[in-house]
Design a protein around this ligand. Structure first.
Ligand SMILES: [Zn+2]
Length: 229
């Protein structure tokens, strides 16, 4: 039996952490600076935004992961993508600019995701609070309803994150392959030989959120373990 548990554990770890490891690996692999690239990720983002008529969208450096912030109207890039002259920097910059373009054009998929995330934010806060507080309260007052509430809150959080990802993935694929890749190819920002690598980075960029969500899945499971007291 123990061997089955080991195999099962490896399988779970691979499913949960594998995608995030893969995303990081792809970004790192194509993260080396190249002298044949005309500019940094930030410079390319600025250029593409200006070209799309989005002068009001700013380009900033962040440590919180590459993203587009529709409220602040900002494309934010990690230091290695902001200041780097790599295929990863160019592809990620083009991907995030594509989100700004989706936003500016009022594209339905982007709007749907934006609305959903905004509307479920308070539900997620309440459910998270229940998940954290229920076991603490239960330690003092043994009311079984608290455990039911905890399970319900956990399931609700999982259902919401699945729903968010179902509406997010098409938006991510449009950003990577509907917009960023054609722009990179057409504008000759990358040599033809670099396009297959850019395609890999754009795939990784599209799966970033799903991979990150999978990696936090075990955290939710940790809350379920607290049921055993
Ligand atoms: Zn994206």
């Amino acid at each position: 039996m123990p061997i089955l548990i080991v195999i099962f554990s490896i399988f779970v770890l691979a499913v949960v952490f594998g995608p995030q490891w893969w995303v990081r690996h792809v970004l790192a692999r194509h993260g080396a600076d190249r002298s044949d690239l005309p500019g940094t990720g930030a410079e390319l983002a600025r250029h593409l935004l200006d070209e799309a008529g989005l002068q009001k969208v700013t380009v900033e450096e962040t440590d919180l992961g590459d993203h587009y912030d529709p409220e602040a109207l900002a494309v934010r890039l990690l230091p290695q993508h902001h200041g780097g002259r790599s295929i990863a920097a160019a592809a990620v910059a083009a991907h995030e600019v594509s989100h700004a373009v989706q936003h500016a054009r009022g594209e339905a998929g982007f709007a749907r995701r934006y609305r959903l995330v905004k509307n479920v934010r308070w539900i997620m806060r309440i459910a998270s609070a229940i998940l954290i507080l229920a076991p603490i309260v239960f330690a003092f007052v043994h009311v079984p309803i608290l455990l039911v509430l905890q399970i319900a809150a956990g399931l609700l959080l999982m259902a919401i994150s699945v729903a968010v990802h179902v509406v997010t993935l098409p938006v991510e694929f449009d950003a990577s392959f509907g917009k960023a890749l054609p722009v990179l190819a057409r504008g000759r920002y990358l040599s033809v030989g670099a396009l297959p690598a850019a395609r890999k980075v754009l795939t990784a960029a599209a799966f970033t959120y799903v991979a990150a969500a999978l990696a936090t899945l075990l955290d939710i499971m940790r809350w379920f373990r607290l049921l055993r007291f």
